[in-house]
Unconditional design. Structure first.
Length: 174
């Protein structure tokens, strides 16, 4: 068997467990059962009157709208409801998949966009922690947080392609 089919088998097993059922049934969500099965390679992505490009365009549109729905959910729901859906365990899986997608063949690749997303997560995380603990932090702790944010910016810049790194340096955002 080739590596692609091994990777698909891994993903099929993983998502069968995450959805909680063998047939990938789950209540709601972005994708229909058939779309999930197509993404996992159980069915073809194109057909008689359908091109592979159309399939991926639909998937991108579903995900884009789903992210907007997620934002709407977080801005209109009670903290209790948000905590029941968006918690450390569920978000950890999503963030890990976003930044470190599974591949049997090779270690994670750091694309420029993934580097920027990782840096944003670090910066927003520190901003949240800093604002949440404003009354108990000392000025030296605040400097340490600022140093950590600056370090994340510098490390991120090192991973960017040369042209983007130069643009970042010129803009003064680093």
């Amino acid at each position: 068997m080739d590596d692609v089919s091994e990777e698909l088998k891994y993903l099929q097993k993983k998502y069968r467990r995450l959805y909680g059922t063998p047939g990938y049934y789950a209540k709601g969500g972005l994708f229909s059962r058939k779309k999930r099965q197509q993404l996992l390679g159980l069915y073809g992505k194109s057909g008689r009157n359908r091109k592979k490009y159309d399939f991926w365009q639909d998937v991108r549109d579903y995900v884009r709208t789903g992210l907007t729905d997620l934002q709407l959910f977080t801005e209109t729901s009670d903290d209790k409801d948000i905590d029941m859906v968006l918690n450390r365990e569920t978000l950890k899986q999503v963030i890990r998949a976003l930044l470190f997608p599974y591949s049997i063949q090779e270690p994670p690749k750091q694309g420029a966009e993934k580097v920027k997303i990782a840096q944003i997560l670090i910066e927003i995380g520190f901003e949240y922690l800093k604002k949440s603990t404003i009354q108990v932090t000392t000025s030296s702790q605040e400097r340490m947080v600022e140093d950590a944010i600056n370090l994340s910016r510098q490390l991120s810049a090192l991973l960017l392609p040369e042209n983007e790194r130069a643009e970042l340096l010129r803009s003064g955002r680093m």
